[in-house]
Each structure stands twice: as C-alpha cells, then as structure tokens.
Write a protein that binds this ligand. Structure first.
Ligand code: GLU
Length: 427
C-alpha cells in the first residue's frame, strides 16, 4: 500500500498542501534507496500528532481559544527538533509538512535529531505582549507531555522569537520543578542561549549560496540578489550578501515590494523595519508590482518567507541563475521541475536554511555541558558543518544525476531508514 496525502484520515482531503508536496518529494527518492525503500512508508506518516486547545483570558477579560499543534514526524535518530510557528495560516497539515522537512534537514546535516514542529493558528501582531505570554505559556504546558531536553526541543520559527523561547523555557522549568534550559533553543544568551544563533539561518543561507556559486561560476561578489521575505532569515541573509560584495536589488515583505537596481542599503532597510515594523514607506527603493518582482533579472533569488510561494507560473518567469531556499518548502514539486528544465539551480531548504538548526544543536550541547563557546567558535563550526554537508549532497547529485533536493533527501533518508532498520520494529 502506498500512502498519499489522502491516506491519513485526520487530514482534510480538500486541502492537501503542503503535506502533499512533502509526500511527493519522498516518493521521488524511492528509486534511489535500494532495499531501504522498504521502510519509506515510515516517512509518510508522522510518528505523533498532538493537537491542543490553548485557552487564555484576553486583556479585555473575555476568554478566547486557539488551536495549537506539536508534531513529531520521526524520532529514529534522536529527540524531536524543530521550531514553533505563530501565524494565521498555521494548520495541522502545514505543521506536519514542516516537521517532515525537519526530519530530512537534521539527517542531511548529520545532526543527532529526529524531526518535529509546532505551531498555533494566531496572528501574533493582533495580541498584546501579555496576551502572547499567556498563549505561549499555556501552549507550552499543554505540549509539556511530549517535549523535554531529551524528548523534543522546540525553537523559534515564523512569528516567534527569543522572548517566546524564554517563556517556553520558564514554563516548562516551573512545571518540572527545576531549570531545564535545554528544553528549547534560540533562547536569549542570558538564559543559556548560544551566541550566533539568531543570525545562524541567514548566515547558513549565505554559505549555501556561496558554495553553489563557487561550483557554478557565479561569484557572490558583484552578484545581483533578490530576497523575498525580510525577517530573521531574509534580513540577515541580505545583510551578509551585501557584506560580501553582492548587490541586493529587490526586497519583499508582507507589506511592501521594492526594487533598486543600484543596490539597496540593507542596514538602512533593517533600521526602517526595526522602527516601523515593515518595509512599507522605506524610501531607499521604489515600489514594484508583485508580478515584476518575480521576473527581476538576478544571479541569486532567495525565497525566505512561507511555503508554496514559488508556483509553476512564477517558476516560468523567474530570471535567476540560482534559487536559494531560505524558507521551508517555498517551491512546489511542479515548480521544481520547471526550474530544472530551465536550468535554474535550486539549493533546497533542507540544506540552505539548515544553519539555524545547526546552531540550535550547538546551543543544546552547550546547555547540557554548561560550557559556552565563543561566537567565532560557533561560526567556524557552522561553516564547517554546512560546507561538509553541501559537498556530500553535491557529489550525490552528480553521482546519481538528480537535483540537489533529491540528493539531500537520498542522504537523509538513507540515514533515517538505516536507523529505523537497525532499531527494528517493536514488538
Ligand atoms: N525553525 C527553524 C527551521 O525551520 C529552526 C529549527 C530549530 O532550530 O530547531 O529550521
């Protein structure tokens, strides 16, 4: 029997995405796994799905309920690991796909974790800080039965921050009766967080882009870069591209789409967002239409917002040499095929944005040993893990004549399924 997105009774068959995309990516690996493909079905069914009610008292005294999730997709290689998303579009289906991509990402990078993800369907901008704290604490308490430093370790994702992690760490610690700093990563440094964690995802995106550029003869210095999404991933990646001599010529966030062929002053754009909450009104670039944004001539295009944004129609219009996925799941499988046919190289999310979880791994190790590393040590280790993974995945792609995404999935699935096989099925 083959599982499709519709095989799981708890999913709405009318809304297959993005879990259906994840399943399709898994299916594409099957012919490359030899005997291990026997175990592939494991990856098409999350190990554990937890749905929780998150009730809070709002500032006006009314009671409101929100829906929260924690999905542990696979725990064969270690504890669950993956972020928590606060966004109005969060759904069980989305959290499942994101948890699956964490399984692949952690295994592709060789981190000793399974894959997990969480989320609450809320617009965090619609709440006061006090309300967000109550939502976060109640959610943490509700998922407290499945998380823990050696069980499943949440981290920030879209709509969550260091502050969210501080509340989660405190709530979990109060509930278990002792400070358990290793229960989450992406914490403030004062609470056992790691230097370099906040910018690690963006830094990793840059490392992946640079490595691709070296092999494709597309030097970063002087390259034109377009960044879609200007948060913790896109903002940092844009800054590091610029520091390395690239020209960021267009940016988009939830409120504005802007271009400046002469190159955007990224520190000024970041300062504008810090002061105003979005790029809207930033005068260092001109507003452009959504459609023309996706057709701008460039060397690197970095989708760093949400999944499913690189649609087949946009893939047909993109005029870039390399697409570097800062977001999770930005490119649909159909769009992936179009990009391949157009010779646009895709550096997939599970490699390109793995810098964040890699430094999360360092944070977790530092918390366990209560011994903290310097920022230079963190960045040097991040660089070495990313380059090593890039190299192995690149070689696999050449060897098997497959996309970089399929190569990353092959390496990851080999590791996860070999662990599954060696552990055996209980009972
Ligand atoms: N949310 C990030 C991701 O999608 C980081 C996860 C983590 O550090 O656990 O990779």
């Amino acid at each position: 029997m083959t599982t499709t997105h519709a095989s799981l009774s708890y999913l709405d068959p009318a809304r297959p995405e993005p879990w259906a995309s994840f399943i399709e990516q898994i299916d594409r690996v099957a012919p490359h796994l030899g005997k291990l493909s026997h175990w592939l079905e494991t990856l098409k069914r999350p190990k554990r799905v937890l749905i929780v009610d998150v009730p809070i008292v709002r500032d006006d005294g009314s009671i409101a309920h929100y829906e929260g999730y924690r999905v542990q997709h696979n725990l064969s290689r270690g504890p669950g690991k993956g972020g928590v998303r606060f966004h109005p579009a969060v759904s069980l289906n989305e959290v499942m796909a994101l948890s699956g991509w964490m399984t692949i990402k952690n295994a592709a990078l060789g981190l000793p974790f399974g894959g997990a993800k969480g989320g609450i369907r809320i617009d965090p901008r619609a709440f006061s800080a006090a309300e967000l704290e109550r939502i976060t604490r109640r959610y943490t308490s509700e998922i407290g039965i499945v998380i823990g430093p050696d069980k499943d370790i949440p981290a920030p994702d879209v709509g969550t921050s260091e502050q969210t992690m501080a509340w989660m760490m405190d709530t979990y610690s109060v509930n278990v009766g002792h400070t358990a700093s290793g229960v989450v990563t992406g914490k403030p440094v004062a609470l056992g967080g790691s230097l370099g964690r906040q910018e690690a995802t963006g830094r990793g995106v840059f490392i992946a882009a640079r490595e691709a550029g070296l092999r494709m003869n597309v030097p970063v210095t002087g390259a034109r870069v377009v960044v879609q999404g200007f948060g913790n991933v896109g903002g940092v990646a844009a800054r590091i591209f610029r520091e390395n001599g690239a020209k960021v010529i267009a940016l988009q966030d939830a409120e504005a789409t802007l271009a400046n062929p002469a190159g955007i002053d990224i520190p000024a754009a970041l300062a504008h967002v810090a002061a105003n909450g979005s790029l809207a009104g930033f005068d260092g670039a001109q507003p452009v239409s959504e459609d023309s944004f996706w057709r701008i001539d460039c060397e690197y295009f970095v989708p760093a917002a949400l999944e499913g944004r690189v649609t087949p129609a946009r893939a047909r219009g993109l005029r870039t040499k390399i697409l570097v996925e800062g977001a999770n799941g930005p490119t649909t499988p159909a769009a992936d095929d179009i990009l391949r046919d157009r010779f646009i190289l895709v550096i997939p999310d599970v490699l390109a944005n793995a810098g964040g979880v890699t430094v999360s791994y360092f944070e977790w190790v530092q918390d366990f040993s209560s011994f903290f590393w310097t920022e230079d040590e963190i960045n040097a280790r991040l660089e070495s893990i990313m380059v090593k993974a890039f190299d192995a995945i690149w070689r696999m792609a050449q060897e098997r004549k497959v996309s970089i995404r399929t190569a990353a999935f092959i390496i990851a699935c080999q590791r996860v399924l070999a662990a599954r096989e060696q552990r055996g099925l209980y009972p």
